[in-house]
Write a protein that binds this ligand. Structure first.
Ligand SMILES: Cc1cc2nc3c(=O)[nH]c(=O)nc-3n(C[C@H](O)[C@H](O)[C@H](O)COP(=O)(O)OP(=O)(O)OC[C@H]3O[C@@H](n4cnc5c(N)ncnc54)[C@H](O)[C@@H]3O)c2cc1C
Length: 295
């Protein structure tokens, strides 16, 4: 039996500074807000999924790391999404106060099932609710899919001749959109060289650990390099520590091979890595970044 209050308008709630309490779409569960009036579609781009508000049912919530949860959503009317895109989640308090945050999508493709992974910031407004309070059957309001630049499409990339290798660089939860790219790469049986450098605090903090290991084992085209900043597994060859410029140079596809580079993580991580990449000779126009906030 659950000791959790039911999701009525004043239950499953957490006090927030703006007044009232946040819930999933409990106060408007069946009535997602109307999308703004859509401009006339440019014919050449008509195949691009259009972002809109959707009602999303939580179909699974599982522990991803000691501080993060994986959320599986069934999104009503979802048009599908490309690897790397994100969506906005909006929570509404009974008094109408709303809080909206962006979350990258760990899944891709045409289906209506969407996977997120959310790290809990202990003093945060939204992430503790999503990680600790959300339950199967809850409804959320989501807006998306969003983002056109931080996207990787296997077939289109492969059609470039010759295919450019792809370097993914993640810090912590910044691996979420990059995992979607690695999975899309595997699903498409794409042979484009794809390398992921993933910096994470401890072995327990690796998101999608089993899936990433399986992808790396299954394909010679995908290589995974892990860096632990605080604690290493037994017999790990290098001591824990943050990635520095020289270690980055040694772990990524060299600039001479003209890789397309995707960097995602906290704002500080992304800015450090991107500036080192430029110093190492990578073309700024080939570096795509996504900043999650924080320092
Ligand atoms: C495009 C995009 C995609 C994102 N994808 C993900 C994702 O897949 N998974 C995920 O967990 N988060 C993701 N984020 C971050 C997410 O949107 C929220 O910022 C995060 O969940 C914190 O929200 P909060 O309401 O709990 O904290 P807030 O109440 O907004 O902030 C609490 C405190 O934490 C600081 N802070 C805010 N964000 C961060 C951060 N990322 N790191 C460290 N400190 C921070 C704030 O400055 C503040 O001091 C993404 C952000 C963007 C812009």
């Amino acid at each position: 039996m659950s000791d959790r209050p039911s999701l009525s308008t004043d239950a499953a709630a957490r006090a927030v500074p703006g007044g009232g309490a946040l819930t999933p779409a409990a106060t408007g569960a069946t009535a997602a807000p109307a999308a703004p009036a859509a401009p006339a579609a440019p014919p050449a781009r008509s195949a691009v999924p259009r972002a809109a508000w959707h009602s999303a049912a939580v179909v699974a919530v599982t522990r991803e790391t000691p501080t993060a949860a994986r959320l599986e959503l069934e999104v009503d009317g979802w048009p599908g999404n490309a690897a790397g895109q994100h969506l906005d989640v909006r929570l509404t308090a009974p008094d109408g106060y709303t809080a909206t945050r962006s979350y990258s999508i760990a899944s891709s493709g045409p289906g209506s099932r969407v996977v997120l992974a959310v790290d809990k910031l202990p003093d945060g407004e939204v992430s503790p609710f999503l990680v600790d309070e959300l339950r199967t059957g809850d409804l959320l309001e989501v807006h998306g899919p969003l983002g056109a630049f931080f996207v990787w499409r296997p077939v289109e990339e492969r059609s470039l001749a010759p295919a450019r290798p792809v370097q993914l660089i993640a810090g912590g939860s910044g691996v979420v959109p990059l995992f979607a790219m690695a999975r899309a790469h595997a699903d498409a049986e794409d042979l484009t060289p794809l390398r992921m450098l993933y910096s994470v605090r401890t072995p327990d903090d690796v998101y999608f650990a089993d899936e990433l290991m399986a992808l790396a084992e299954a394909s010679d085209a995908f290589r995974l390099d892990l860096v632990y900043t605080r604690r290493i597994p037994a017999a790990w060859p290098t001591p824990p520590g943050r990635i520095m410029r020289e270690a980055l140079a040694a772990a990524v596809i060299p600039a001479a091979e003209r890789p397309l580079v995707y960097v995602c993580g906290s704002t500080g991580f992304v800015e450090r890595v991107a500036s080192w990449l430029i110093e190492l000779g990578h073309d700024a126009g080939s570096i795509r970044t996504e900043r999650f906030g924080g320092t």
